[in-house]
Design a binder for this molecule. Structure first.
Ligand code: G3P
Length: 217
């Protein structure tokens, strides 16, 4: 399973990248607005410090506007993936970018039927928002499981990207359900490492080591 950082915070991405914890980055207009920075330059900076794909979302809702914005974003760097909303115009733009060889991430997916459409339009990634589904008492992980089965049934190559992840539990359950990628806020990625028994065990080893009076170097 690949991990993407779901953030536009350059410093957080740098830290996770240096620790070898991420394979790519996803952003959205809300995350970019939170930084208070210029969209194009923040995406440029993220692309420069990230080897893997960086999703950058269009703001237009019509086909022509999405294509113009997507082309501008794709010009920033070779690792930009154009994020498009799961609407008719978004799917049309997705098919267009597929034809010209530009990767896409079709976002705001909340049903298996929508995911099929994204795959048929040639999306590189489709992003079901599992946390937002759980928020309204739907089962986000069950959607991941359904999409996985459908994609495998038909050999769709679109990568299944579990988005709107809120907890380590979401990550584990998405992995079990067959997601190719989990995009998580940096806080969630960091929290994956923590376990009370790891901390307790380390504390015990260190105090026994100290008592032994030895040193390694
Ligand atoms: O980038 C899409 C997604 O991960 C949004 O998450 O927490 O705003 O539902 P959230």
């Amino acid at each position: 399973m690949e991990f993407f950082a779901d953030t536009a915070d350059v410093e957080a991405i740098r830290e996770l990248g240096e620790a070898g914890l991420i394979d790519g980055v996803t952003t959205n207009p809300t995350l970019v607005a939170k930084t208070g920075r210029d969209f194009l330059s923040v995406i440029g900076e993220i692309c420069a410090i990230t080897e893997g794909p960086v999703s950058a979302e269009v703001a237009s809702t019509d086909f022509t506007g999405m294509v113009a914005e997507g082309e501008r974003l794709a010009d920033i760097a070779g690792n930009v993936v154009i994020k498009l909303p799961l609407t008719l115009d978004g799917l049309k733009a997705c098919a267009h970018f597929r034809r010209v060889g530009i990767r896409t991430n079709v976002t705001l997916c909340f049903s298996a039927a929508q995911a099929i459409l994204a795959a048929k339009a040639g999306a590189s990634y489709v992003s079901p928002f599992i946390g937002r589904m759980d928020d309204i008492n739907l089962d986000g992980v069950a959607l991941i499981r359904d999409i996985r089965r459908i994609f495998d049934n038909y050999g769709f190559e679109t990568k299944l990207l579990a988005a709107s992840i809120r907890s380590p539990n979401h990550v584990t359950r998405s992995a079990l359900a067959g997601a190719d990628v989990a995009t998580c806020p940096p806080t969630v990625i960091k929290s994956l490492v923590a376990h009370p028994l790891t901390e307790k065990g380390l504390h015990g080893f260190l105090s026994d080591w100290k008592r032994s009076g030895q040193s390694i170097v």
